[in-house]
Design a protein around this ligand. Structure first.
Ligand code: CFM
Ligand code: HCA
Length: 532
């Protein structure tokens, strides 16, 4: 690992190498002692990062999967076009059939708007969207130029909300440059959803065990599989943030009794705010991997402490597991001992490690595009994280207990009893302590390093996104997209695990990669350089 690290750094000028060295870690985690990594810091200009922008995190990731909010992008058309159906978040159109996801709403800013200001054009676009569709809600997203010229999108939104009367209009200052990555966009989105939507609908849905699922975006239908399991167990999901969700789900999220947080990187802000304002506790869950799914369902049942629910969850697990175990046993002779590398956004590199484990595969290098230190080291390090100018640039909203609706779901005594029995609230582990010693953990991996890593270590499979897909495959290593799942999925829950085992087995067992040599690599005489 030392040699690999040195090799990755060799090409950089000394100053760049020093900075990257802090983001390339050879794991030597000991029990209760996790090495520190540098994360959530600016990418060095000139490096081709895997990251996206703040607008992508806000508009695409958090708000994109909600079907009945019109997402209006204020900016040049390119920004809207890029964000149009690029993420494989699935949705059902629901009984009302209201679904704006397949539309692309944009103010299509032109040079003259940049010079004279785009506020009037924005107001007209909101009016036009309203006249055409009469949606419940319109969300406005700022792109880079909007911040640069200083359009006041919040005032425009507030005025239009008042004018329209029956449509909730609000805006997100999520200019692409606002933070160092998509992560800033998550925070900005969470703040505004909490401020403008959560708590707007006090209607209480029937159900004995009511939860919200936070940080699940229904990529490739993951959310459908998790919903299937909840229904089977008798757990009512009030609101999913934000896979297959509606405006009303967010609006009534405060009526749930537990927040189960899947991707904590993108949404832990909402979990904290829901607890402070309404008294709903939160726990970390993970539905990637069969064992993790069983554990998460048990954790939810234990929280409610109802004997019938606990028994039902056990029944469901017992019913689902045989099919999963059968496929795991079938693929294992081929997958056992194989190696994987995973570089995904902010939580999948950790979650998917579980699925690979179940196939007997070893994760030898992993990291996040935009994770923070707590995603690597565990939530306990949050107080030690130095708040730099870039983080300070993102608003932290002050939340207080709601004067009429705050209601602690568990008494301090009940919470204490659960915690004494080993139950963990408000906590998640980091990736580093879960990785083997001597493996590599790398933050904000870039195109150059990705190719170097593959050349040097030749893993059996490399997992990342579309930008890495073909360059890695050209090096003769199978590549699986863990963002979009290529065209596959779901991979969550029990049925998802089966899908994943089969897909990865196909990829790592295929002989086709061995044939991936250019003719001159096999026959040097065909190479132009043969006579040198
Ligand atoms: Fe959470 Fe996500 Fe991810 Fe993320 Fe993303 Fe995504 Fe991802 Mo792509 S919310 S951090 S910003 S799990 S879009 S569904 S796959 S980078 S690892
Ligand atoms: C984003 C979305 C993305 C991109 C995936 C990729 C996704 O960050 O803007 O690079 O292939 O999951 O769709 O992360």
């Amino acid at each position: 690992a030392e040699e690999v690290k040195a090799e990755l750094l060799k090409k950089y000028p000394p100053k760049v190498a020093r900075k990257r060295a802090k983001q390339i870690l050879i794991n030597e985690a000991l029990e209760n002692e996790t090495p520190e990594i540098s994360a959530n810091v600016r990418t060095i200009p000139g490096i081709i990062t895997m990251r996206g922008c703040t607008y992508a995190g806000c508009k695409g990731v958090i708000m994109g999967p909600t079907r009945d909010i019109v997402n209006l992008v204020h900016g040049p058309i390119g920004c809207s076009f890029y964000a149009w159906l690029t993420r494989r978040n699935q949705t059902d159109a629901g009984p009302d059939g209201e679904n704006y996801m397949n539309y692309c709403f944009s103010t299509d800013m032109q040079e003259q708007d940049i010079i004279f200001g785009g506020e009037k054009k924005l107001a007209a676009a909101i009016q036009e969207a309203y006249d055409l569709f009469h949606p419940r809600s319109i969300a406005v997203f700022a792109t880079c130029p909007v911040g640069l010229i200083g359009d006041d999108i919040h005032t425009v939104a507030a005025k239009m909300k008042e004018k329209l009367g029956d449509c909730n209009v609000y805006a997100f200052s999520c200019e692409g440059y606002k933070g160092v990555s998509q992560s800033a966009g998550h925070h900005i989105a969470n703040n505004q959803v909490f401020r403008h939507i959560v708590g707007e609908n006090d209607e209480v849905k029937p159900g004995k065990f009511k939860i919200n699922l936070l940080g699940e975006y229904n990529i490739g239908g993951d959310g459908f599989e998790i919903d299937r399991l909840f229904e089977k167990c008798g757990i009512t999901c009030i609101s999913t943030f934000s896979g297959n969700s509606t405006y009303d789900q967010f609006a009534s999220a405060h009526t749930a009794d537990l927040n189960a947080v899947m991707c904590h990187r993108s949404i832990n802000y909402v979990a904290d705010m829901l607890e402070t304002k309404f008294g709903i506790p939160w726990i970390k869950v993970n539905f990637i991997g069969a064992a993790a799914t069983a554990k998460s369902l048990r954790k939810i049942a234990e929280y409610f402490g109802d004997k019938k629910l606990i028994a039902r969850v056990e029944e469901v697990i017992a019913e689902e597991m045989p099919a999963v175990e059968a496929v795991a046993a079938e693929v294992r002779p081929r997958t056992e001992g194989k190696t994987a590398m995973m570089f995904v956004g902010g939580s999948r590199a950790h979650h998917y490690k579980e699925l690979f484990n179940e196939m007997g595969m070893k994760t030898i290098a992993a990291g996040y595009e935009f994770g923070h230190r707590d995603d690597y080291e565990g939530r306990r390090v949050i107080p030690d994280i130095r708040v730099d100018a870039d983080s300070r640039n993102i608003e932290e909203i002050e939340v207080e207990a709601d004067p009429t609706r705050y209601q602690p779901r568990k008494s301090p005594k009940e919470l204490e009893a659960l915690e004494k029995a080993g139950y963990q609230f408000k906590y998640y582990d980091g990736l580093i302590p879960d990785m083997d010693n001597g493996t590599l953990v790398i933050d904000d991996l870039n195109q150059y390093e990705a190719e170097k890593l593959v050349e040097l270590i030749k893993p059996d499979i490399f997992c990342a996104g579309i930008k890495e897909k073909f360059s890695v495959q050209k090096l003769g290593v199978p590549m699986k997209q863990l963002h979009s799942y290529d065209s596959g999925g779901p991979y969550a829950g029990f049925q998802g695990a089966v899908n994943f085992y089969r897909e990865i087995d196909r990829l790592v067992s295929s002989k086709v990669w061995g044939y991936l040599k250019a003719p001159w690599q096999r026959d040097p005489q065909l190479s132009a350089s043969y006579n040198y």
